[in-house]
Each structure stands twice: as structure tokens, then as C-alpha cells.
Design a binder for this molecule. Structure first.
Ligand SMILES: [Zn+2]
Length: 114
């Protein structure tokens, strides 16, 4: 379990770093806003893309934090349990996505429903 926790903490650090670097690049781009707003479509697209990535990163960060809190609480059997069907998530899946909330079957089902 410690190994997973370390992995999750590293992941959290990495995500926070990425959000930070996106914040930096967005604020660097803003001084051009007024002067070259219409000429700078590429820059604008880049910023929208960055904000999009940031939103996604924040969602992943939430998952990582909730996985971490499940481990921290020490509530046995909570971590690695699918939030949908309450069955254990496949070990292989947890190795790839330590912060997975659903097992592969539920994940596929939920994705198809969207
Ligand atoms: Zn499931």
C-alpha cells in the first residue's frame, strides 16, 4: 500500500506542477491581449487549449486526492474498490491508474452511457 501512496503522491506533485506551468504560460500570454487580440488567434487558441487541459488536470487531481484520502483513512478495503459495483478493481488497472475509481467493466459502461 505504501508503494501506491508514493505513486499517488508523485502523481499529485506532477499534476500540480503542470497546472502551475499552465498558469505561468497563460499569464505570460495575457499582456498581448488588448493590442493584438484579433491578430493573435493562434495564441488565443493555445490559451483555450491550456484552460481545457487545466480543467482536466484538476479533475484528475481530485481523483488522486480522493484515492489518497481513502488510503490515509486506513479504511480497509475502500481503496481499489469500484465505486459503482463495489467489486475490487483489477490489479493491472490500478497499476496503470492508481487513482481509478471504477473497474474496467464499469468504466466502459459509464463511458458508453455518456
Ligand atoms: Zn465496477
Amino acid at each position: 500500500m505504501d508503494k501506491i501512496k508514493k505513486q499517488l503522491e508523485a502523481e499529485k506533485k506532477r499534476i500540480l506542477q503542470e497546472i502551475k506551468s499552465i498558469n505561468n504560460s497563460v499569464s505570460e500570454a495575457s499582456p498581448d491581449d488588448n493590442a493584438e487580440f484579433f491578430d493573435d488567434v493562434d495564441n488565443l487558441n493555445q490559451r483555450i487549449e491550456n484552460l481545457d487541459i487545466k480543467d482536466k488536470l484538476k479533475l484528475v487531481l481530485k481523483d488522486v486526492e480522493s484515492a489518497l484520502s481513502k488510503i490515509d483513512k486506513g479504511s480497509k478495503g475502500k481503496y481499489g474498490i469500484c465505486e459503482n459495483c463495489k467489486k475490487p478493481i483489477e490489479k493491472k488497472r490500478l497499476e496503470t491508474y492508481p487513482f481509478a475509481k471504477y473497474c474496467t467493466a464499469c468504466m466502459n459502461k459509464l463511458e458508453n452511457e455518456e
